[in-house]
Design a protein around this ligand. Structure first.
Ligand code: APR
Ligand code: ZN
Length: 363
């Protein structure tokens, strides 16, 4: 039996998402149908809509969601009807070289569902692609059972959506990718949902100082509340200010959570000799970073790309949930706007202007 539901569909690259009815087939082997409770609007949705990140169209946007399993296909034993779940937008196959070498976030098959329309959704008979394999800006969607993680006990069922992207990515960047140690100095550039999760990851790791940087001065109060010991705006003389706060050396770790060559270059410049920049932001293919051959050698720094916080959602979501329960990580503080499905364009506009943090669609 097929199902017709409302979704925010991007008709073509560079257009505005609009509400459309989509028809979902029954879940196939290994698939589940999920009814959404909430979905977060991430900067990657905006980048996918704008064509900065590749996505076949028409597409159902959204990849950070929480909901309830309403139907299961043959061969699914991970979850049953009624299980509350968080989406994992890079489900690992557990069979490829990367999966077998402990790097499931680099799984060669993780992004196949978004490219092949594997959870084929149809609108007026044409295929609609679920962006990042999830298509969470819809009342219901179909995903592989490996793209859902049971929602741990004791969490608020709406803000928990953020576990699946902002938190896994931000906290994972600190713990799994950079492996920040107690007492190491950290700078975070870009204080959206992912950046503020990164900041909280730095606080969890016992980093000090933790220097938060954004172009928007209005981010200061929340950044300080979530663990920043210092706040700088991008208009400050960043290099000089960062050195003043780190005995003249620069930070041990910089996290770039904007997704641009300019902020990658700034992050690199603010690390100490031997320091590390972790690039969390997803930038464009034609945005080039310039580093001199001499400084690469002489400064002995590391520049590291970071995919999905080097995480394994099946392992890390329960760990993050424990931190949310104890209050060590504040999820609710990241949600500044609760919106309806048809307000995604307004959420994109706020993002372009650096206003607020996460907009959360409530279904
Ligand atoms: N310097 C410092 N901060 C900046 C700059 C800049 N030049 N430009 C933008 N910012 C800030 C914005 O003011 C905003 O607070 O970066 C933040 C970005 O926040 P969001 O738009 O909410 O983005 P978010 O969802 O957190 O994603 C950040 O991570 O996963 C990736 O694709 C995602 O590249 C994106 C990044
Ligand atoms: Zn995201």
């Amino acid at each position: 039996m097929s199902m017709t539901v409302k979704a925010a569909v991007l008709p073509e690259t560079g257009s505005t998402p609009r509400i459309a009815e989509i028809t979902l087939p029954e879940p196939g082997p290994g698939q589940v149908r999920v009814r959404l409770d909430a979905a977060g609007v991430c900067h990657s949705d905006l980048s996918l809509a704008a064509g900065k990140l590749a996505q076949p169209v028409p597409a159902v946007l959204g990849h950070e969601g929480v909901g309830r399993v309403v139907a299961t296909g043959p061969g699914v034993d991970k979850v049953t009807v009624g299980t509350q779940v968080v989406f994992n937008w890079a489900p690992a196959c557990r069979e490829c070289w990367f999966c077998e070498h402990g790097e499931p976030y680099l799984c060669t098959r993780a992004l196949e569902p978004s490219q092949r329309g594997y959870a084929t959704l149809t609108e007026d008979g044409s295929t609609v692609f679920p962006s990042l394999g999830t298509g969470a800006f819809a009342e219901e969607t179909i995903v592989g059972a490996n793209a859902v993680v049971p929602l741990p006990e004791g969490l608020e069922a709406h803000t928990a959506a953020l576990l699946g992207c902002a938190l896994l990515t931000g906290v994972g960047a600190v713990r799994n990718s950079a492996q920040v140690g107690t007492g190491e100095s950290v700078a975070v550039l870009g204080l959206g949902g992912v950046g503020l999760a990164t900041l909280q990851g730095a606080r969890l790791a016992g980093a000090a100082p933790i220097i938060a940087v954004d172009i928007a001065a209005e981010k200061e109060a929340l950044a300080r509340r979530l663990g920043a010991t210092h706040f700088l705006t991008a208009s400050d003389n960043l290099s000089k200010e960062i050195r003043r706060l780190t005995e003249g050396r620069g930070v041990d770790h910089a996290f770039e959570v904007v997704g641009s060559a300019k902020t990658i270059r700034q992050s690199w410049s603010m690390t100490r000799r031997g320091g590390t920049t972790t690039v969390v932001g997803a930038g464009a293919g034609d945005d080039m970073v310039t580093l001199s051959a001499l400084e690469i050698f002489h400064m002995a720094r590391t520049l590291r790309g970071c995919m999905y916080g080097s995480c394994d959602p099946d392992r890390d979501i329960p760990m993050l949930a424990q931190h949310v329960r104890t209050g060590a990580v504040d999820l609710d503080a990241l949600v500044t706007h609760e919106i309806a499905l048809d307000e995604v364009p307004a959420a994109f506009e706020r993002m372009r202007e650096g206003q607020g943090v996460r907009s959360l669609i409530r279904f």
